[in-house]
Design a protein around this ligand. Structure first.
Ligand SMILES: NC(=O)c1ccc[n+]([C@@H]2O[C@H](COP(=O)([O-])OP(=O)(O)OC[C@H]3O[C@@H](n4cnc5c(N)ncnc54)[C@H](OP(=O)(O)O)[C@@H]3O)[C@@H](O)[C@H]2O)c1
Length: 314
């Protein structure tokens, strides 16, 4: 079906989960995975050059500047510019190069701050996203407009997938950039090792979230690459519901930390409830079913091993 698949951002978190899945599913195709070293995709001409050099018929565009709420708050312009520049140029150049299909990824934070959970894809345009990460999420949201526009004018086949709050091995554990799961895993393991009686975490612990294991997200991709050809986005999440306070308890069970937690409520919570409607995903015959406790155990075990080996982002 596809002879050569280019995966931008293959050196990142989701890329590490996706590459083995693609290798198994597309054994007859050549896979070309690239990170930033192959070219800075923000730069004019970089996407065109990469496509000229690799000549793919399918592009999985993972490359992005992504990070947690603190990093987003500190650098909204960088999050906006980097993502808009990378996406706009990669999309445009993929169309010009005759690529037959492009798969792009948005974040669930692009949904309006006022979206009601469970958040279905039809709520995307009913308001402005939460302000803390609006630079990133508004830039990402333009993927939907670009997918529709290039399909309508040029017949260019692209799809936009919306993973929920993804966690798993290979995540970013740098506390200035990390999302809540890797941040809690790292803090509780380091506190356990130091013998601390508690950790400090951002926010109030009250927000409710829907976490999805990265391996489950990756496992859905072969189906989307082969079968889904619409610019209507699809949520890829577990559809579960857990308060961050309860997540802390689950993380403690995974990391063996027996201490407590102090919530720093002067720091932002983000949206109070963000749970995804996965009816569209299920109607396509797909689901993300790894239990949270199991996914947390795997991630915590990986963090400890990868830290020893020096292969984790700290
Ligand atoms: N993680 C989540 O919870 C989540 C949720 C929803 C959607 N997504 C989306 O899924 C995709 C993958 O996310 P991720 O968590 O795997 O991200 P990540 O771990 O931060 O990886 C980002 C990837 O993009 C590459 N990259 C960054 N800046 C670049 C640039 N200027 N030029 C070329 N390449 C660049 C990085 O290359 P280097 O390794 O060389 O730096 C890396 O391979 C992104 O589009 C993200 O928005 C993620």
């Amino acid at each position: 079906m596809f002879n050569r698949i280019l995966i931008t951002g293959s050196t990142g978190f989701l890329g590490h989960h996706l590459m083995p899945v693609l290798r198994a599913a597309f054994s007859g195709a050549e896979l070309v995975g690239v990170g930033r070293r192959a070219g800075d995709l923000r730069e004019p001409g970089a996407a065109a050059r990469l496509l000229r050099e690799t000549r793919p018929d399918c592009v999985i565009h993972l490359a992005a500047k992504s990070g947690g709420i603190l990093a987003n708050q500190a650098q909204p312009a960088d999050y906006f510019y980097d993502n808009l520049a990378m996406n706009t140029q990669m999309f445009h150049e993929a169309w010009r190069a005759g690529v037959r299909k492009l798969v792009a990824f948005m974040g669930g934070c692009s949904y309006p701050a006022t979206a009601r959970s469970p958040i279905g894809e039809d709520q995307m345009w009913s308001g402005h996203p939460q302000i803390e990460s609006a630079g990133y999420s508004m830039a990402k949201k333009m993927l939907l407009t670009q997918s529709w526009a290039y399909r309508a004018q040029h017949g260019f086949n692209s799809i936009v997938l919306i993973p929920g709050n993804v966690y798993g091995e290979w995540d970013n554990f740098n506390l200035n950039e990390a999302h809540v799961v890797p941040a809690l895993i790292r803090k509780t393991i380091e506190a356990r090792e130091r013998g601390d009686s508690s950790i400090v975490a951002i926010g109030t612990g009250r927000p409710v979230r829907d976490f999805v294991y990265a391996g489950d997200v990756a496992a859905t991709l072969p189906w989307f690459i082969r079968n889904y050809d619409s610019s209507e986005p699809v949520n890829i999440s577990a559809g579960g519901r857990i308060a961050v306070r309860d997540l802390f308890a689950a993380v403690c069970r995974a990391t063996g930390f027996a201490g407590g937690i102090a919530w720093d409520s002067s720091r932002p919570d983000g949206q109070m409830e963000r749970v995804y409607d996965v009816a569209r995903l299920h109607a396509l015959g797909l689901s993300c079913a790894t239990p949270l406790e199991e996914g947390l155990r795997r991630t915590a075990r990986w963090f400890e091993e990868a830290r020893q080996a020096g292969t984790v982002r700290l």
